[in-house]
Write a protein that binds this ligand. Structure first.
Ligand code: DTR
Length: 340
């Protein structure tokens, strides 16, 4: 009896200890994560961020709460990767074109290789990431990747041929910058988030990007002409601080990892649909003229882009990368996904 009573007290004591140890965990509620993004809330990188947040919170049954920071309120366009590595945000969304040398492999998807849509681009990019596991991402957990729809020229003046293009101040970043130079424009580099002010102030006359920005940034109010080139996509990545990732419960990690491709596809679909909607809106609301280049003219534009892929191959080879294989893979994956 005495022994039993002793055991009872020891049991109560141990239970109390365990309860005390667990109390802060239970009381702390869900794991809270910060998610930084550089452009304003209505733009597509932030729309996909909100979609991901909603799904993760739902699928983890409230175990995780994500606080989103659009508009560069936590980290800006160029500081995103390092900010996440340093833990200033748990998660961050970055446009790889803004640091072309740093993301050499994944930026190969923005070579003029004929990726026809954001959906195809996003799936191709994810395949390339998975296959080559670039060192640039060694210090983070990559949650997903996606791309824009192909880029076109938006301008204050009509651009109908290469002569119109010559010397025009146009904004673009990364691989797309090289393209504008090939066409004879005066390329000005800056992140998308800096573009509205530059257009307002007349620093640039237009820009080269996917067309959803005509609506999301209201560029159609200023740029009344679009020249259709459907040239290259811009790749994006969503990365997570490695310590924040390692601290997550395994089942939460699984929810996020399982969403990688799904999120890439969702974003691609959203982007492709949204471009169509933005084009209709631009025509209707601001009478924007969409200029289709005649066949012979388009052939001239395309010819000027031919050396670009070769240049990239030479540069990447010099850095010890299997450059030709990467380009061939991008073409093969594009064929696979465009055919579906
Ligand atoms: N085309 C790239 C990336 C881009 C396209 N749409 C948006 C919206 C918000 C931020 C970036 C982008 C660019 O020109 O920067």
């Amino acid at each position: 009896m005495r022994l039993k009573l002793g055991c009872f007290f020891v049991g109560v004591f141990v239970a109390a200890l365990v309860a005390a140890a667990l109390a802060p965990i239970v009381a702390a509620g869900p794991v809270t994560l910060s998610y930084a993004n550089f452009p304003p809330a209505p733009t597509f990188p932030c729309v996909q961020m909100e979609q991901w947040k909603k799904e993760v919170e739902k699928r983890t049954g409230g175990k995780v709460a994500i606080n989103t920071y659009p508009g560069g309120t936590l980290l800006g366009a160029k500081g995103m990767m390092d900010g996440v590595i340093e833990g200033q945000a748990d998660i961050g969304c970055l446009c790889m074109a803004y640091q072309p040398g740093r993301f050499l492999i994944t930026n190969a998807t923005s070579l003029p290789l004929g990726i026809p849509s954001a959906k195809v681009g996003s799936l191709v990019l994810w395949e390339i990431y998975k296959k080559y596991k670039p060192k640039a991402f060694a210090k983070v957990k990559v949650l997903t990747m996606f791309t824009t729809a192909p880029a076109n020229v938006m301008c204050k003046k009509p651009i109908r041929n290469l002569d119109d293009m010559k010397g025009t101040d146009l904004r673009a970043s990364g691989g797309a910058a090289r393209i504008l130079k090939a066409w004879g424009a005066n390329q000005v580099g800056m992140p998308m988030s800096a573009t509205p002010e530059s257009l307002q102030k007349g620093v640039v006359q237009g820009l080269f990007s996917s067309l959803e920005v005509m609506k999301d940034f209201k560029f159609a109010e200023i740029c009344r002409y679009v020249t259709m080139t459907d040239t290259v996509i811009y790749p994006f990545a969503v990365v997570m601080n490695i310590d924040s990732w390692n601290a997550l419960p395994k089942d939460v990690q699984k929810v996020m990892a399982d969403m990688s491709v799904e999120q890439a596809k969702w974003t691609g679909d959203y982007m492709d649909d949204h471009v169509k909607e933005a084009n209709e809106w631009s025509k209707k609301t601001h009478k924007v003229e969409f200029i289709e280049l005649p066949k012979e003219e388009k052939a001239k534009w395309d010819k000027l882009l031919e050396p670009i892929t070769n240049e990239w191959i030479q540069n990447a080879k010099g850095k010890g990368l299997p450059a030709e294989a990467i380009v061939e893979d991008i073409k093969a994956f594009t064929k696979k996904y465009a055919g579906q």
